[in-house]
Design a protein around this ligand. Structure first.
Ligand code: SAM
Ligand code: SF4
Length: 327
């Protein structure tokens, strides 16, 4: 395991989504978008059994993602059941924010306190271009509602040259004028026909240089809970302060400190987002396996976790659909 402590499970609750982001589920994808039939998703009962087992093995954090986790029917009751699991210290959620205004209070009551909300632009027309839906105002309302309810809000911005690079400084200003942490994610070539092009890639180092034109960036060290993000405090000369993060799967491998395991919406256990090796946990669970056998497969997947990925060397190992794997 290369001395990494695996404490964090990411669950992709569904591969379905109410948006069609160009870099993730493009509407015009070759061969159309293939969705899993509902019976191929792990049921909530199956998921709860797996979560109880991983918590018994020492994991204490879960992130719900997808696709869009909030579109799956029954998700609020599922979250309430998760929050009853003793030893599970934190349930986090990654969402596109479309249903947030309507569900934020329920999520808070169900025990969630930390939300990552994806927002690549603050321009309604551009939002429509990137996501295929004219829903910027609705998402923005959801973000504000979440902030007012007291959620710890992080905004995830996929950095794409020629698409939203003229807004990076505005996003950093938002981090200065609001309680939200803004995190820039390097654009990843996930999926065989992704829209990723080298020309649209911008590295975290370049982003950092750009953001540093606003003020001083000081690294906040020892923030393991921030996962792969390198987080900085940003301070301006006129006394404004905020937090910005950089997630750099391409330019700075963080494999050596990666503490996560993923369960895809197809019920396959995956040790690395960017490495296609998967173990069929669903087949085991549905085949009547004992708890010990399920724990055995989980343990083996952790032991087999790749030491690193090779995207920076241009060898694409990830052909899966981001929405199915759970970004
Ligand atoms: N639907 C939810 C959302 O958008 O927040 C959760 C799932 S989405 C797959 C999780 C995260 O992956 C989002 O922040 C999204 O921007 C990011 N993502 C998807 N495709 C990506 C890509 N090719 N490169 C970088 N980030 C990507
Ligand atoms: Fe949906 Fe999230 Fe993928 Fe956008 S990034 S299409 S919101 S799953």
């Amino acid at each position: 395991m290369f001395s990494r402590t695996i404490s964090y499970l990411r669950l992709s609750l569904t591969d379905r989504c109410n948006l069609r982001c160009v870099y993730c589920m493009p509407e015009n994808k070759k061969g159309g978008l293939q969705m899993l039939p509902h019976e191929e998703l792990l049921s909530y009962e199956e998921l709860l059994r797996i979560v109880r087992l991983v918590v018994g093995m020492g994991m204490n954090k879960i992130r719900l993602t997808g696709g869009e986790p909030l579109v799956r029917k029954g998700v609020m009751d599922f979250i309430s059941s998760l929050s009853q699991i003793i030893g599970l210290d934190e349930i986090r959620l990654t969402t596109n924010g479309v249903l947030l205004h309507e569900k934020a209070k329920g999520l808070y009551d169900a025990g969630i306190r930390k939300l990552n909300i994806s927002l690549d632009t603050m321009q309604p027309e551009r939002f429509k271009k990137i996501t295929g839906a004219d829903l910027f105002d609705q998402v923005w309302k959801g973000i504000k509602t979440a902030g007012e309810l007291g959620f710890d809000v992080k905004l995830n911005v996929v950095a794409m040259k020629g698409v939203n690079d003229d807004e990076f400084v505005d996003f950093a200003r938002l981090a200065l004028s609001s309680p939200y942490q803004v995190r820039f994610i390097e654009f990843m070539p996930v999926g065989n026909d992704s829209t990723w092009k080298e020309a649209s890639f911008i590295s975290s180092t370049d982003l950092q240089t750009l953001i540093a034109t606003l003020g001083t960036l000081d690294p906040l060290l020892g923030r393991r809970m921030d996962g792969p993000a390198r987080v900085f405090s940003l301070k301006t000369e006129d006394g404004l302060q905020g937090k910005v993060g950089f997630i750099s799967p391409i330019s700075h491998h963080f494999c050596d400190t990666c503490n996560r395991l993923r369960l895809t919406s197809a019920g396959r256990l995956r040790a690395c987002l960017l490495h296609d090796r998967e173990a069929d946990l669903k087949a085991l669970v549905r085949g009547g396996a004992t708890d010990a056998e399920i724990c055995g497969l989980i343990r083996q997947t952790i032991l087999d976790k790749p030491k690193g990925h090779t995207l920076a060397e241009d060898q694409l190992n990830c052909s899966g659909q981001m929405s199915r794997i759970g970004g």
